[in-house]
Structure formats: C-alpha cells, structure tokens
Design a protein around this ligand. Structure first.
Ligand code: GLA
Length: 373
C-alpha cells in the first residue's frame, strides 16, 4: 500500500468515519546547490517518488490531533498553544504550519489527521518538509484559503524555522510543492523564480543512484546554524547583503580581504557553489550529454568536504567508492553530517556501483548502506 492508502485506511479505525480528503507531498534530493538557499542563491533539486501523506478532517475547534503511522503514536495540541519550540518532536512539523498560517492572518480549523510517509527519516531527503507541505495543502483546501504554492512553502518554512527551530532556507519546501516529474527545479531563492529544467537520464542511458549512508546525524542542528551564521558574517564583512552578490570572478582577491581562513573557506564554498549550479543548468539547457555534469557534482562534493566541512567519513567513503566504480559524478545531498550520496551512473551499472559502496563499508566497519534509483 502507498502512504496515501495506508493513511486513508487507518483514518476510519483511529477517528471513525471517513477523512475529507488525502493530501500528499514528496521529499527531495538536491542535484546541486547546497547551503546556498539562505544566502539568496541557486538550487537545483528534484522531487522524489517517496512522500508524506495526510488523511484529514476539519474539526469545529482548534485542536490538532495527529496519529502518525510513521513515528507510531498519537499526539495533539490546541493551535492556540503552539509557539516557538512548542510542541517538540514530530508534531511540531504539522502544528507549526497551522501556527504559521495563523500568523499570516488566516483562520484555520483544528484537524484530525492520520500521517504516513515513506521518506526515510534523517537521511537528508526532506522528510520533514514533505510532512509540512502535505499538511499545508490539506489546510489550504479544508479552510478554502486559496493560497498559491509559494505562500504555502513560506508557511511550511516558517514552521521549520520558528516552531521547530531549524534556521533552514526554503529549498526543501519549494521542491516539495513545485517539483515536477522528469524535471529539476532550478530555483533562484532571491527572486523565487523557477525554471523547470528537463532531466533526460533514461534517454541517455543514465540513472541517479541515491545511497543512504545511514551515518548517524551527529550535531546537525548546531552545525547547520553555525554555517548559517558564518555565511551571514562573511557577507557582512564583504559588504554585501547576501553571498549571492559575490561574483566568482575576482573571488580570490576578495577572499584575501578576510582575515579568518575558516570564514574564507565557508564563503568560497557558497560563491563557487552558486557558480556550479549555473554551469550545470547551462549544460542541461544546452542539450549536451548529462554525463558532462558529473564533474560539477563531484567538485561540489569536494567543496562541501574541504571548504564547508559538512561531510562525514561514511559520506566521503561512498563518494570515493562510486567514483572508483565508474560513476560520472557524485556528491552528498542535503544539509550534511550524514544522509545520502547522489551518484550519476550508467543505468546498467547501478547495481555494481552500489555493491562497490557496500564492499567499502564492510571493509571500513560502517553499517551497511541502502540505495534506490
Ligand atoms: C537543508 C535545509 C535547506 C538547505 C539544505 C542545504 O535541507 O532545509 O534549506 O539549506 O539543507 O542545501
């Protein structure tokens, strides 16, 4: 059964009667453009087939009662009691959206919800954004708000930033709400302009292999916030409002004006990453062989590893192993400190490439990885 079917079926058992509807939103992988979205930069994610589903029915009060098949268990809160940091745990992803919509001046009812998802948790595939976006579209429909997808993405991001307390950008929520099958979403996070860029992998005999390294996410929250703060400091010292405004041309000279080597490397990652996104989009727009995008993916990984320092040994080992096994390019995807590696491979070689990673992990004593195409 799909998450939608499971959520719909469970609703009657948990709440009695039928839900008013089921809503679904996908997780994402990011092809390139990491840690650029909170500095006004460029990202190039694609929506996944895996997603979060909510079966929901409006209530006459403001209570949000959620039964999660995903996490197991039921939790509830009055929407008027939601505040930064409250509630803790997974309920915050849903309650935070109700809070954000209320803050934006919309009147939203309480809901009875059954939640399910098949996005792996803690793998850097935006399992939380999928939940936020699914409940955002549910509320939009049930309350007849008529909001567009950018507004729903903004509410979902506020839930994450203000209620859950993670200072993320808007890439994940925009990818979840605007992703289209067969396309990458090229997003300018300053103007919020979107271009759907076709990704013709099958036509070229290629596949994207997603390897879940299953590396434990240690210190994620603090480290992400630290990178966020470093970038803001770098922008301030360079006299720009966001690092998006620092051109890659003449970067070395500009960086020389920064005294702190760590800050220089943080800034260099973001500025060169924006440039790599633009170049990769250029490759795909030109209709060139997508294999030539692989070197940009790998360069992005090296930049995350050496300059931004957000990779972990399992992630670096997976990238090394897939490249040695013939992948055209590979990189960690998502916020970092674990999670998934994305590899551009010949469709016929995906199994062998994955086996190379599994072998390397066994040798290194890491937990076995998993993968999907
Ligand atoms: C997380 C955040 C995004 C983005 C990525 C890194 O997924 O939610 O906003 O910053 O990390 O690119």
């Amino acid at each position: 059964m799909t998450p939608v079917e499971r959520a719909r079926t469970a609703f009657a058992e948990v709440f009695g009667g039928a839900p008013q509807g089921c809503w679904w939103a996908p997780g994402r992988v990011n092809l390139i453009g990491e840690h650029t979205d909170y500095q006004g930069g460029f990202v190039l994610p694609l929506a996944l087939p895996q997603g979060a589903a909510v079966a929901a029915r409006a209530r006459s009060d403001r209570v949000l009662r959620v039964h999660s098949l995903h996490a197991g268990g039921t939790a509830e809160i009055d929407l008027d009691d939601v505040a930064p940091g409250t509630p803790e745990g997974w309920l915050g992803y849903l309650a935070g959206v109700g809070w954000a919509l209320t803050q934006a001046g919309h009147r939203v009812p309480g809901l009875d919800v059954v939640l399910d998802s098949d996005v792996p948790i803690g793998a850097g595939l935006s399992s939380s954004a999928a939940i936020e976006c699914a409940v955002a579209v549910a509320w939009d429909d049930l309350a007849g708000l008529g909001l567009d997808r950018d507004a729903l993405a903004a509410a979902a991001r506020r839930a994450e930033n203000d209620v859950v307390g993670a200072p993320t950008g808007v890439m994940d929520q925009m990818a979840s709400l605007h992703g289209q099958e067969g396309s990458l979403m090229f997003l300018d996070t300053r103007s919020m302009d979107i271009e759907q860029v076709p990704l013709e992998l099958a036509e070229h005999g290629l596949a994207l292999l997603v390897i879940d390294t299953r590396a434990p996410h240690a210190l994620v929250d603090g480290e992400y916030a630290e990178r966020h703060a470093s970038c803001a400091r770098g922008a301030q010292l360079l006299g720009v409002s966001e690092l998006r405004d620092v051109p890659v041309e003449g970067l070395t000279d500009r960086l020389a004006t920064l005294e702190d080597d760590l800050l220089r490397r943080r800034v260099r990652h973001v500025v060169t990453e924006n440039d790599r996104v633009m170049r990769l989009v250029g490759v795909l727009r030109s209709g060139a062989d997508p294999r030539s995008a692989g070197t940009l993916m790998t360069a992005s990984h090296v930049s995350m590893r050496d300059d931004f320092e957000i990779t972990v040994p399992q992630v670096d080992a997976a990238v090394d192993a897939v490249l040695a096994a013939g992948a055209h390019g590979a990189r960690m995807t998502g916020g970092g400190f674990g999670g998934c590696v994305l590899a551009l491979v010949e469709a016929g070689s995906a199994g062998a490439v994955f086996n190379a990673v599994a072998g390397a992990y066994e040798e290194a004593g890491f937990d076995p990885p998993t993968s999907f195409i």
